[in-house]
Design a protein around this ligand. Sequence first.
Ligand code: SAM
Length: 433
Amino acid sequence: MCYAIPGKVESINEKTVTVSYFGETKKAINELHDLRPGDYIYAQGGYVIEKIPAEQAEDILQTWKEVFFDLQDLDLRLSRLDLQDKNIDPGLLRILDRALEEKPLKKEELLYLLDLKGHPEQELLFKAANFLRQKYHKNACCVHGIIEISNYCRRNCAYCGIAGHVKGLERYRMTPGEIVGASLEAIEKYGFRALVLQSGEDPGYTIKELAGVIKEIKAKAAVLIFISFGEMPEKDLVELYQAGARGLLLRFETSNPILYDKLHTGHSLESRLDTLRAARRLGYVIITGGLLGLPGQTYVDILNDLYLTKELGATMFSFGPLIPHPLTELATAPMPREKEILKVLALARFIDPQNANVVVTTGFETLSPTGRKRGLLAGANSVMLNLTPIKYRRLYSIYPNRAHEQEGIAEQVRDTVSLLQSIGRAPTDLGVT
Ligand code: SAM
């Protein structure tokens, strides 16, 4: 199973290569020494991760070609947009019109969109976001995998079911051998080319151990590795970068410092942002975002979260609902509604139409069984599959009954590919534009 289409290198300019995918060109950062124009490569998250023999690439491209253009056609049909509806508030039509003309929207306009109440208006917003997604990203959908390597955590986030203070949870920590094994299986057996390794903030691993794991995976397979081990000092980020990690997944959770303090006693938003900013300086690809539906959170907060995500240089926007965990302080918090999440995914697309990869989170899929499809049709272009070994997955209980908790990898891959194909998407990552 292939999650990426091979691209042909057209030109190389220092570290940046221009790659062609059936005639469409994209740019990617290259760290391979022996790359030449005419070579075939796989790129993920804007990085060249592997050179592949021409014969093999041409074979794959041959198989893909027909399907690829059929999918593109279907996607194009599904993302058509009509802004002529006489029953829709003309004010909304004007805002959407400006957005579609690539004019940046003002804060008040974005807040107006976030506050939309009527069903037809909300649906039009989602369609407009889908139109922009198609315009800039065509039908490419990133399919990354996540492996949750440990549920030990020294922090006490008020909403999180694996927080250190949560009693009675069976804790696990995968051994380096298990992590490497699960990663290689994901890469070699299922074709994943971008993996997130995630844990609670677990002092049980040393940075040397984590670096060793990353080095071993990178030595054995071509993959873009994201780390998601929580906050860390710059020197640790440097060590993991040198080991081969190139991405960081770290949500800042909320950009409102007062709300942040309330939910994270003893920690500060600034120190979380320090990790994100340091990682960006070092060249990490950033995935960040926040939780939606936090008690006391306003639309202004959410809009500021979206602005902050862009300011942090994120290539992936990760926004998902708070799902109350019964053993946490927020046990009785109301869950946000599906439409509220969809509006935020749509706004993420409006705020950074060209660069944002907008992910449909597992949290959203847990909140709504149709969330993945609805999200992908409301501006999102990315999904993350849970590749944690099944015996550990239920223990990574940040909230109860997580979507896909019991599904094997093969089943998730099959369902994902079939959903993507039903809406004309190709499970590719064509890299940065
Ligand atoms: N230690 C890393 C960190 O600090 O980012 C990664 C692990 S942390 C458990 C991963 C994410 O889970 C957090 O960024 C948070 O947004 C999410 N999370 C935790 N509890 C949640 C809940 N009850 N509902 C939805 N998401 C939750």
